[in-house]
Design a protein around this ligand. Structure first.
Ligand code: ADP
Length: 185
């Protein structure tokens, strides 16, 4: 069911097409909104399949760490509930055109902060959706440049992350990413 279609960085990064919630990794990353109370897209899929334990954990994070919501680019970790993944790392991607030119930096922050949090907890495998490229409107070709460059740098600093998966919902998004990635520049 999970066949990687392409690898980069000595096989530490693998690309897939399919449903992120199928992936049995130490953590999947949620493209959440700052409320952490669930939404559409991949966020909805994660809460539907993971069950109420994830929402309970998100509510606890809101009342303890982030009463005003999770800021763009920041991360928070919860249980995986009934998902095959052990944990969910929630992050909030930038909305395209709403951050005065800081969109690329904020998108990079999502990936970097998720990886650094996973590594700090001793997690080894992590799977990402294409953050911000859905309702948040980030052009997927531009996201591919930012994400691949960020991952190339961060993965060098984090040898403990042995397996990073990028999961695209459909073949078109995968193709755009492959055409525009700059892993080896
Ligand atoms: P955002 O609000 O950050 O744009 P979305 O969930 O709308 O988040 O979209 C992010 C990306 O996740 C999009 O490319 C969308 O096609 C994709 N996506 C939606 N559902 C899933 C899923 N179940 N598995 C993997 N990717 C998904």
């Amino acid at each position: 069911m999970h066949t990687p279609l392409l690898h980069y960085l000595d096989h530490r990064i693998a690309l897939y097409v399919g449903d992120l919630t199928d992936h049995a990794v130490d953590a999947i990353v949620n493209a959440a909104n700052s409320s952490l109370y669930g939404g559409g897209g991949v966020d909805g899929a994660i809460h539907r399949r993971g069950g109420p334990a994830i929402l309970d954990a998100c509510r606890a994070i809101r009342s303890s760490l982030w009463p005003d919501g999770l800021p763009v680019g920041q991360v928070a970790i919860t249980v995986g509930g009934e998902l095959p993944a052990r944990h969910v790392i929630h992050t909030v991607g930038p909305i395209w055109g709403r951050h005065g030119g800081a969109e690329a930096r904020l998108l990079a922050d999502c990936y970097r902060n998720a990886i650094e949090l996973a590594a700090s907890l001793g997690l080894k495998s992590i799977a990402f959706p294409a953050i911000s490229t859905g309702v948040y409107g980030y052009p997927p070709a531009e996201a591919a440049v930012v994400v691949s460059r960020t991952l190339a740098a961060v993965m060098r600093e984090q040898p403990g992350i042995t397996q990073l998966r990028l999961v695209f919902f459909d073949a078109r998004q995968f193709d755009i990413f492959v055409a525009h990635q700059q892993f080896s520049d």
